[in-house]
Design a protein around this ligand. Structure first.
Ligand code: HSE
Length: 284
């Protein structure tokens, strides 16, 4: 009997990007890698601190399209799990993509992952790479501009996305919604023309970061000092507590050094370049 095998590689992602709550995201060059093997038995092999049974997110993604009973899932990842880097979207994507490729299924992969996740932003970036703008099932994607880099500050204490979503109000003032529309447009224009000053002006948010600030006060304090630390700006990555610092290539090294001094003892500082390549699957 031939044992079907697939190797899937899916990037991390940062959602919201300041003004684009539930609508903007970018892929980052940290990855989950999953080998799915038709071994005749169910199993999850991993050194990560994640579920090894059917609650595992890769397995749940796969199970959406095919029963996982006779498959082994070998899972490795460089994506920090403490929150805001799309690790769950990447895991679901890996499972769904492995099953779709193995069984040659023409499926709406984004629809499946978005439903498993509850929102489509990280899912779209994980699948497509680059920068994405998404609403419902409608997605636009574009390449990261040359010379733009990213550094992430990953606090050691996690914040659950469900808790961060509960912190949001049911309605927002129209002036705040309008400000976010303007900043979102400035950010998109800055990204598409490579205008780094405009990118910096476009990173402002009034719809989610202020309401969640009490969940990650150290992240917010650091974010507010982004330009003094040499960055173009900073945004809370997804639902937090990770912070995404946006940098110009020549400044990245100095920003990393300053952030390492600031974060000693409570957060890890990692270079995480913007990743143009989306989810990828290979037959082994
Ligand atoms: N847009 C979502 C949120 C991302 O901010 O709640 C969660 O990763």
């Amino acid at each position: 009997m031939t044992h079907r095998r697939r190797l899937v590689r899916v990037p991390a992602s940062s959602a919201n990007l300041g003004p684009g709550f539930d609508a903007f995201a970018a892929a980052l060059a940290l990855h989950v890698e999953v080998e799915v093997i038709e071994s005749g038995r169910f199993g999850v092999d991993t050194k990560l601190d994640i579920a090894r049974d059917r609650r595992n997110l890769c397995v749940r993604g796969f199970a959406r399209l095919h029963p996982p009973d006779s498959f082994t899932f070998r899972i490795g990842s460089t994506i920090p799990l403490s929150g805001g880097l799309g690790s769950s979207a990447a895991a679901y994507t890996a499972g769904v993509l492995a099953a779709a490729h193995m069984f040659e299924l023409q499926e709406d992969l984004l629809g499946h992952v978005a439903e498993l996740e509850g929102h489509p932003d990280n899912a779209a970036a994980a699948l497509l790479g680059g920068f994405v703008i998404v609403t419902g099932g409608d997605v636009a994607r574009f390449e990261p501009p040359d010379g733009l880099e990213a550094v992430i500050v990953v606090p050691r204490i996690a914040v659950r996305t469900a808790v961060a979503r509960k912190a949001l109000p049911a309605t927002v003032p129209i002036a705040d919604a309008s400000a976010n529309v303007a900043h979102g447009a400035m950010l998109t224009l800055g990204l598409s023309t490579g205008d780094f000053a405009l990118i910096g002006r476009g990173l402002q948010d009034r719809l989610h970061q202020p309401y969640r600030a009490h969940l990650f006060p150290r992240s917010m304090a650091l974010l507010q000092r982004a330009s003094r630390l040499g960055a173009i700006g900073a945004t809370i990555s997804g639902a937090g507590p990770t912070v995404l610092f946006w940098t110009q290539v020549d400044a990245t090294g100095a920003v990393v050094a300053k952030l390492r001094r600031e974060c000693d003892g409570w957060a890890d500082v990692l270079r995480a370049p913007f990743e143009p390549q989306g989810a990828d699957v290979r037959e082994l």
